[in-house]
Design a binder for this molecule. Structure first.
Ligand code: WT7
Length: 704
C-alpha cells in the first residue's frame, strides 16, 4: 500500500487547469552569457549516458578521494551515488573559495529593519566563523560524525554558519523552520534523536523582535515527553551580549553561543573527509499520516546535484549577486540559498524578514542596493507583492537577468506580472518543480535553451526522466490532454536516501506503487512516485496540477491533514476534527477545520479560537486555519468515515454532489447553510473554482 490516496484516472480526464500558453523566449542578452547555451548539453545528458552523465555535476566539486561507482543499485530503492568517493561539503562551500578568493563576499545579510546596515561576510570571514563554531561543536559539546543536531533558527547568517560547521564535522543537521512551534520542533528533536538544540534568542519579523528562545523550552519539554533528553541548548544572540528573550536560561543546559565562541577564537578544525553517501542533513516534511518524515539527504550526490542545477538552471556565475527569498528552514533554502550557491563560490543574500516589510517596495530596494541580478521566490510571494504594490518594481533601478518560481503552480496571469513588471521583460524565468525529498529541481527549463511557457514548469531537467502513469501503471502519452500521476523513471544524485528511522515508509510511499518486481536490482523497475497530478503537453512540458494525497499546499509548503487534525484533537472538548483546503487568492490554499464537540459542550467563538490556538501551538502559525467551524456532527459514510470532500465542497462553495448514501445526509444542508451564511457575512467567499480545482476538492479525503 502506498501512503497516498492517488487520483482516479476517470476523474483526472479534465486537464484544463488553465489554458495551455504559448512560448516566451529569453532575452538575447541573457542567452549570450548563460552557463548552458550550447545545445550539446542535451547530448551529454541523453538517456543512454545515464548514470555517467552526472559525472559532470560531481566534477564541479573537490573530492578527497574519487568515486569508483557512479550509481550502486544493489539494494533498491536505496540508491547510492558516487560510491567510494570522499569529500567534505563545508570544504566545498567555504574553504576552496576562501583559498582562491578570500575577500569575495559569500553572504550578504540583510536585517529586517531597514535602518540596520546590511552585513558582508567574505569567504575568508565565513571560514573563520565556521571553524570557530565547529570547534564549539566538537570541543565544547563533544559532537562527532553521525550525531544529529536540531537547529531551530531564523533567517540570519548564523544559520548557514551552524549548518556548515556541522557539515565540517560530518554531524547531521536538522534545521526546523523557525516559524514552526516549539512543540513541532520537539517532535522533530525526538524523531531524529538529537541531544543538542541550537536556536537564537530572537529575530525580527514584521518590525517586531520576536521572542524565539521561549520555543526552545517548549521543544525540550516535548522531546522529553517522547523520551528524548536534550543535554544542551545553544542560544545564538541576535545582538551578541544582549539577551532578547524573556525565557530564563536553564542552568547547566542553556548556553550563549557568543560566550562559548570566546573560548575558541582563531580555532582551526580540519574538515572531516566523509563518504559520498554519508548523510549530510535531515529535512522534515509532512505526509499523509501524522508522523513527520525526516528526509535524509546525502553528502556527495546531494551536493553534486544542487551545484550542477544551480549552475545550469539558476545560471549562477561566481560574480552574480543571487537572492533566494525562501527561508533556509525549507529545502529550497538549503539547496538554493546555502549549498548550491556557496558551492559555486557566488554571493548569496540572506534576508531576515518578510518581503512586504515595511512596504511592498522592500524587495526591489534590496535588489537595487545590493545589485542583485538573480532572484528566486514563490508564487505566493509574487501574488502578495503584486497585491500590495503592483507599480513598485518600476520605481527601482535594479536589473534581474534571471528569476525563479518554486513551490506551487503559478497562474499564467501572475507569471506575466512577474515577467513584465518584476523582471522588466529582461529576466529569463524558470518555474522549478520539485520536492523536499528530491534535493533539487526535477522539472524546469534550461533558461537559455528551452523557451518559457507560463503555467508549465517545463520538461524533466538534465538527466531526469519523468513519466505520467495512470492508476494501472500505463503510461499516459504526452499530448493526450489526460492527467495522471507524475513519476520519475530513474534515480538522480539529489534523491533522498531514506526517511530517517522509517525505511519501510520510504519504500511504500515512493516506490511500491509502480514497482512490478520487488526483487529487481534494475532501477528501471523502480519509478519514483512523486504524489503530484500532472499533464504533459505534446512538446514534453509538464503542468503540475497539485497533490494527489491529503496534503494541503499552503503558500508553497506542505501541511498534512492528519497533523492538523491531531493538533485540533489536543483540545479536550473536541470529539472529531477534519481539515480541508480552501482556495485562497494569495496563499494558493488555506486550511479550514471542522470540529464536533464531545457531549455537554456548546459551540462558541472561544472554543473555535481555542482550536485555532492549539493548531498554532502544535504546528505553527503557517497551519493556523482560516476558519474553524464547530458543527453538531460530521457528514459520514455508513462505515463511519468523515466525508472530507463534502465539507471541502461546502467551504469552497462547490456543489457537494450526491450525499444520499451518507449515514446522516441531513447534516449536510445544515452545515452548508451555517458555514456559507457566515462566510458571506465575513466577505470570505472564494472565487469560483476552475474545473480542475473542483476535481481536487471532490477527491479530497478519498480514502480516509
Ligand atoms: C510540492 C512539494 C521543493 C520546493 C518547495 C516545496 C508543489 C513544488 C512546484 C512548481 C507546481 C509545485 C508540488 C510538490 N510544487 N514546486 N514549480 N509547480 N507545484 O517543497 O514542501 O516538499 O512541496 O510542492 O505539489 O509535490 P515541498
Amino acid at each position: 500500500m502506498t501512503e497516498s490516496s492517488p487520483i482516479q484516472v476517470s476523474e483526472a480526464q479534465i486537464a484544463v487547469h488553465w489554458r495551455e500558453e504559448g512560448y516566451v523566449e529569453p532575452a538575447q542578452k541573457f542567452v549570450e552569457q548563460a552557463n548552458a547555451k550550447d545545445p550539446a548539453i542535451f547530448e551529454r545528458f541523453a538517456e543512454d549516458k545515464f548514470p555517467d552523465c552526472f559525472k559532470e555535476y560531481a566534477d564541479l566539486l573537490a573530492w578527497d578521494t574519487p568515486w569508483h561507482t557512479t550509481l550502486d543499485t544493489s539494494n533498491p530503492p536505496f540508491w547510492k551515488w558516487f560510491v567510494g568517493g570522499r569529500l567534505n561539503a563545508c570544504y566545498n562551500c567555504v574553504d576552496r573559495h576562501a583559498e582562491a578568493n578570500p575577500d569575495k563576499t559569500a553572504i550578504i545579510f540583510v536585517p529586517e529593519l531597514e535602518s540596520d546596515e546590511h552585513v558582508h561576510i567574505s569567504y575568508a570571514e565565513l571560514l573563520r566563523q565556521v571553524n570557530e563554531f565547529a570547534a564549539v561543536l566538537r570541543d565544547s559539546l563533544g559532537l562527532k560524525t553521525g550525531d544529529r543536531v536540531t537547529l531551530h533558527m531564523p533567517m540570519v547568517p548564523e544559520l548557514p554558519v551552524t549548518m556548515l560547521a556541522c557539515a565540517r564535522l560530518g554531524v547531521i543537521h536538522s534545521q526546523v523552520f523557525g516559524g514552526f512551534s516549539g512543540t513541532a520542533c520537539g517532535h522533530r528533536i525526538a524523531d531524529s534523536g538529537s541531544r543538542i538544540l541550537i536556536t537564537m534568542d530572537g529575530y525580527y519579523r514584521g518590525g517586531q523582535l520576536l521572542d524565539h528562545k521561549a520555543k526552545a523550552d517548549e521543544a525540550v519539554l516535548e522531546a522529553v515527553k517522547e523520551g528524548q533528553e536534550v543535554d544542551k541548548v545553544l542560544v545564538w544572540r541576535r545582538h551578541p551580549g544582549q539577551y532578547a528573550s524573556q525565557a530564563p536560561m536553564a542552568e547547566g543546559r542553556d548556553v550563549f553561543v557568543d560566550e562559548l565562541l570566546a573560548q575558541h577564537r582563531g580555532a582551526v578544525v580540519d574538515p572531516v573527509s566523509m563518504p559520498a553517501e554519508a548523510p549530510l542533513f535531515l529535512m522534515y516534511t509532512s505526509g499523509t499520516t501524522g508522523r513527520p518524515k525526516g528526509c535524509q539527504h546525502s553528502t556527495g550526490g546531494y551536493l553534486a546535484y544542487v551545484t550542477g542545477t544551480s549552475k545550469y538552471y539558476q545560471d549562477i556565475h561566481p560574480d552574480d549577486v543571487y537572492w533566494c527569498m525562501a527561508d533556509i528552514g525549507w529545502i529550497t533554502g538549503h539547496s538554493y540559498i546555502v549549498y548550491g550557491p556557496l558551492s559555486l563560490g557566488t554571493t548569496t543574500v540572506v534576508y531576515e524578514g518578510v518581503p512586504n516589510y515595511p512596504d511592498g517596495g522592500r524587495p526591489w530596494r534590496i535588489a537595487e542596493k545590493l545589485g542583485v541580478n538573480i532572484f528566486h521566490t514563490s508564487p505566493t510571494s509574487i501574488r502578495m507583492l503584486r497585491k500590495v504594490g503592483p507599480e513598485e518594481p518600476k520605481k527601482y533601478n535594479y536589473h534581474f537577468k534571471h528569476m525563479t518560481t518554486v513551490g506551487e503552480p503559478i497562474e499564467p496571469e501572475v507569471w506575466r506580472w512577474y515577467h513584465s513588471e518584476v523582471g522588466k521583460g529582461e529576466a529569463a524565468i524558470v518555474d522549478t518543480w520539485w520536492q523536499t525529498e528530491n534535493g533539487g529541481f526535477l522539472g524546469s527549463t534550461l533558461p537559455a535553451l528551452q523557451p518559457m511557457k507560463p503555467g508549465s514548469c517545463g520538461p524533466g531537467v538534465l538527466g531526469v526522466y519523468p513519466v505520467i502513469y495512470d492508476e494501472d501503471g500505463n503510461e499516459v502519452p504526452k499530448g493526450s490532454g489526460k492527467a495522471g500521476n507524475i513519476c520519475i523513471r530513474n534515480p538522480w544524485p539529489g534523491i533522498f536516501q531514506t526517511i530517517w528511522g522509517q525505511p519501510d515508509r520510504f519504500v511504500s510511499t515512493y516506490y511500491t506503487k509502480y514497482n512490478k518486481d520487488q526483487d529487481s536490482k534494475d532501477w528501471r523497475d523502480w519509478p519514483y512516485f512523486a504524489g503530484d497530478g500532472a499533464v504533459q503537453a505534446g512538446d514534453g512540458y509538464f503542468r503540475i496540477l497539485g497533490r494527489v494525497d491529503d496534503v494541503i499546499n499552503v503558500a508553497g509548503h506542505r501541511l498534512g491533514t492528519k497533523e492538523i487534525e491531531s493538533a485540533a484533537l489536543t483540545v479536550g472538548e473536541v470529539a472529531e476534527a477534519a481539515a480541508v483546503p480552501v482556495i485562497d487568492e494569495i496563499r494558493g490554499r488555506a486550511v479550514e477545520v471542522y470540529v464536533s464537540l464531545k457531549p455537554g459542550f456548546e459551540p462558541s467563538l472561544e472554543m473555535a479560537d481555542k482550536v485555532s490556538r492549539a493548531i498554532e501551538t502544535e504546528i505553527g502559525k503557517i497551519a493556523r486555519p482560516k476558519n474553524v467551524w464547530i458543527v453538531p456532527d460530521m457528514p459520514k459514510t455508513r462505515s463511519g468515515k468523515i466525508m472530507r470532500r463534502v465539507i471541502a465542497s461546502i467551504s469552497n462553495f462547490a456543489d457537494v454532489g450526491d450525499v444520499t448514501t451518507l449515514a446522516n445526509p441531513e447534516v449536510v444542508e445544515n452545515i452548508r447553510h451555517h458555514v456559507q451564511t457566515e462566510k458571506v457575512a465575513r466577505d470570505d467567499v472564494p472565487r469560483e473554482l476552475t474545473e480542475l480545482e473542483f476535481e481536487e476538492i471532490k477527491k479530497f479525503g478519498a480514502e480516509t
